[in-house]
Design a protein around this ligand. Structure first.
Ligand SMILES: Cc1ncc(COP(=O)(O)O)c(C=O)c1O
Ligand SMILES: [Zn+2]
Length: 391
């Protein structure tokens, strides 16, 4: 396997530390000249070790992957869908899909022999980076947008002993700074999703879906922020198809929040490029104005006949409650964005639809409590209890 530029196709060895192409500065991806074979074993991310650019025997792991693909018939009936499955990535060790990328990225970091790893984060990446760095015995540095990280995610970065820097700016500012820091300081290894090793781990979610369904779904819907995950899924589906392990490729639908929708707006001709200033949404995980992997995401959307779409914050919160109350799945606001889009559009899709729930709802309890839910009150008596329950 080698690293290859998506634009000029320059190749670099796996052990060369680069975050973008040295020749043209575009994004890198990992490519393999050997066709994939179905010689997988075990469960989780490392089941797919033959398709990963890291040594599974030295894996920095917390048992990530092998998350549930939950068939949601009640919700599907409301939506008029033949079959809806939710891939619940909140079941990962730190509660989000980032663990898949981090196990591979951190394993590579250890192979490189670096002392420190770093990221910019809307919260989940910092939680995963901090946990896996602790596991690997490495120092973790995380840059977060001041005041805009959900409570549970911040608690995770703190408890795993990361050095946390609140930036007086947004995620895009933090991303720019950490990229510059790691590019100018060889001792600090960048583990954002611009790092192609991260996306290699994340592609395994697509493999799991294909193995569970026997083929790719007809449509995959997922939240779209920095655009790493949609790129990783698309790479995973293409690799399985190239290996003859599935017959079709899914349509890829990325869902952005209406206040942070540079890619959706670009596709509608409302912007000249995939970036905007001052993104805003209650779904803080996808509060991103300058998605680093926009070019890979556009390829996934265009090549799959997909789209980037938007939902409002109110639609996101309603979908979060709907999914939790109807199917028992409590996801964080950004993870409810795909459900919000399905609820509003009720698209006619004959085959299976998979909605990716990227993060656990417990990470951001404020989002639920901000709706000021009414809690019943009772004296500590049976009479009092019967009265409030009206039973
Ligand atoms: C819960 C959650 N969903 C979705 C995303 C967006 O993923 P990506 O940035 O790879 O597009 C993130 C990114 O932080 C996230 O934490
Ligand atoms: Zn290049």
């Amino acid at each position: 396997m080698t690293q290859q530029c998506i634009q000029c196709k320059a190749r670099y060895p796996l052990t060369q530390v680069l975050y973008t192409c040295a020749a043209c500065n575009d994004l890198l991806e990992i490519i393999s000249d050997a066709p994939a074979r179905n010689d997988f074993g075990g469960a989780g991310v490392w089941r797919y070790a033959p398709l990963l650019p890291a040594d599974s025997r030295r894996a920095v792991t917390l048992g990530e992957g092998a998350t549930g693909l939950h068939r949601c018939d009640r919700l599907a009936a409301e939506l008029g869908l033949a079959a809806l499955h939710v891939k619940n990535e909140g079941e990962n060790p730190t509660g989000s899909f980032k663990d898949r990328g981090m196990t591979v990225g951190m394993t590579h970091a250890r192979t490189l022999g670096v002392q420190s790893v770093a990221c910019a984060s809307t919260g989940n990446t910092s939680a995963a980076l901090a946990a896996y760095a602790a596991r690997a015995g490495l120092r973790a540095v995380v840059l977060i947008p001041g005041g805009k990280v959900a409570l549970g995610k911040l608690a995770q970065a703190i408890v795993h002993n990361a050095r946390i820097v609140q930036i007086n700016g947004n995620f895009d500012d933090a991303m720019r700074l950490v990229h510059e820091l790691s590019s100018s300081n060889a001792g600090v290894y960048l583990l954002n999703s611009i790092n192609p090793f991260r996306l290699e781990g994340q592609k395994t979610a697509a493999f799991e879906i294909c193995e569970a369904l026997g083929d790719a779904p007809e449509t995959l819907v997922l939240p779209l922020g920095n655009a790493g995950n949609i790129s990783a899924y698309w790479k995973g589906f293409r690799e399985f198809r190239a290996a003859g392990l599935i017959k079709r490729l899914p349509r890829m639908i990325g869902v952005q929040a209406a206040g942070a929708a540079p890619i959706a707006e670009f596709l509608r001709g409302q912007r000249t490029d995939c970036r905007m200033d001052d993104p805003n949404t209650i779904a803080t995980a996808i509060r991103i104005g300058a998605p680093v992997s926009w070019k890979k995401a556009l390829a996934a959307i265009r090549d799959s006949g997909g789209d980037a779409v938007t939902v409002t914050d109110d639609e996101i919160l309603a979908a979060q409650r709907k999914l939790a109350a109807t199917e028992g799945l409590f996801v964080e606001p950004s993870s409810a964005a795909p459900i919000a889009w399905l609820l509003r559009e009720k698209p006619q899709i004959a085959g299976p639809v998979v909605a990716v729930a990227t993060g656990n709802g417990l990470k951001d309890p404020d989002a639920v409590l901000s709706a000021k839910p009414v809690l019943l009150q009772s004296e500590a008596t049976m009479d009092g209890l019967r009265r409030v329950l009206e039973l």
